[in-house]
Ligand binder design. Structure first.
Ligand code: AMP
Length: 426
């Protein structure tokens, strides 16, 4: 496999799939540049070698061409942040784009419009009625798959080399993330620096485990993390479950959870996971206390001034109150386990950390992860919310690696082969 360090991009036209799916406000001001900065080393190396860049990314989840998700609003800010002058192609396909790509000179860079303006990027039909007949769905899928191949082939025709540096979308078999790699031979497709770092970090957690290995799974729902939790139960020594998932486990064991978030159809599953942990001799660590409130505006993430906030045992939450974060006993319990660990994986906050009243648990977990790291542990933090948390509390420098991937990171750790990685590694 080619590596970016050894590859000389001189006079090459290089198609680079990056993840510029950045958050921005109602005035199109980018609010977090992490993903742009993360792609910079790869883009700069190619330009410094004397190559030219054709950069592609998706932005948001448009259902077709949607002005709100056009890169035209963001290109100036991205250019400034990278320190690279970017030309813009107002479409990622079409004759005009092909011509701009063909006339790029060494050292020049072109950003293509949002790849998800085309359904072919994702290879999934759009706009089908929910109750569409089976054969109609089948036919539509077949058409869009053929369009995806065509799109990949066209995009590949712009370039001589394909570089994938978009770990955040590596779990998707999309035209720009995986399918187009088939149009390049093994000597002309490679990972960018970011992708290399992400793949190394995952390998470390999967194959080079120093024990004890502790995973901290937070966030809102068991259902979205079930596969990773099951998989982790075969790997870790300690599994800390936090966040909204807590209350499904508490209720399953007969506790009172008041109005806390719960997945009633996952109660049996929660009990099964508890049994599985026992069978695998995994120390499953659940919260023992909770910070609760009787009022919260989830739309604005704000606490009304007349809301009551209390600490109670996690299984004695009164009716009318809901669990919003872990309490001090749980913080101590979690931190003691984390501090003694030699490998730590953290995904998801312990509570509704978007509001400072319920952020203490998440911060305490972050600080314990930093302490473990200072004591020699390898710590990997991933998933949008936990990354936002480590940044918010200035802890990013104290952990070993902050992944740019959410879903991609979890799927990689589940042991799945990511299409974006397979497409290059073979
Ligand atoms: P996820 O996307 O599954 O990682 O979940 C992250 C979200 O979980 C954050 O927006 C948190 O506000 C939310 N969350 C964490 N704890 C709770 C809780 N106790 N009740 C409701 N939402 C929660």
């Amino acid at each position: 496999m080619q590596t970016i360090d050894n590859f000389n991009f001189k006079d090459q036209k290089v198609f680079v799939r990056v993840d510029f799916n950045v958050p921005f406000d109602e005035n199109f001001k980018i609010t977090d540049y992490n993903r742009v900065s993360a792609a910079a080393p790869t883009l700069k190396k190619i330009l410094a070698d004397g190559g030219s860049l054709i950069i592609s990314s998706h932005l948001g989840k448009p259902k077709g061409v949607e002005d709100r998700y056009s890169f035209k609003h963001l290109i100036g800010q991205i250019s400034d942040k990278l320190g690279i002058t970017l030309k813009f192609a107002p479409d990622c396909l079409g004759k005009e784009t092909a011509e701009i790509a063909a006339t790029l000179k060494p050292g020049e860079a072109l950003l293509l419009e949002n790849s998800r303006f085309y359904a072919a990027e994702e290879g999934k039909p759009r706009g089908l009625a929910k109750d569409a007949p089976e054969d109609e769905i089948k036919a539509a899928k077949k058409i869009v798959k053929a369009e995806q191949k065509e799109m990949a082939k066209t995009l590949a025709s712009y370039a001589t080399v394909y570089v994938n540096d978009a770990f955040g979308t590596a779990h998707r078999a999309h035209a720009t993330t995986a399918v187009m790699a088939d149009f390049f031979d093994a000597d002309h497709k490679l990972f960018g620096y970011l992708m290399n770092r992400e793949v190394d970090a995952v390998e470390k957690v999967l194959n080079d485990i120093k024990r004890p290995f502790t995973a901290i799974m937070g966030g809102s729902k068991v259902s979205s993390k079930i596969e990773i939790i099951e998989n982790l139960l075969t790997k870790v020594d300690n599994l800390i479950i936090a966040g909204g998932m807590t209350y499904t486990f508490t209720k399953a064991q007969g506790g009172k959870i008041g109005n806390s978030i719960v997945e009633d159809d996952k109660l049996d599953l929660a009990l099964e996971l508890i049994e599985k942990a026992k069978a695998n001799k995994v120390n499953l660590v659940l919260a023992v206390d909770a910070k609760i409130t009787d009022k919260f505006d989830f739309g604005k993430m704000s606490l009304p001034s007349d809301a009551r906030v209390q600490f109670v045992a996690v299984d004695k939450i009164p009716d009318g109150f809901e669990g919003m974060d872990i309490g001090p006993e749980s913080e101590k319990l979690f931190a003691d386990v984390i501090r003694k660990s030699k490998t730590v994986l953290w995904n998801g906050p312990t509570g509704v950390f978007e509001n400072d009243t319920f952020a203490h648990g998440t911060q305490a977990v972050g600080e314990a992860v930093v302490e473990a790291t200072a004591n020699g542990a390898f710590s990997l933090v991933g998933g949008g919310d936990s990354v936002a948390a480590v940044n918010k509390y200035g802890l990013a420098d104290g952990v070993s690696y902050v992944s740019t991937g959410g879903g991609a990171l979890l799927e990689a750790i589940e042991g799945k082969e990511l299409p974006g990685i397979k497409a290059i590694k073979g």
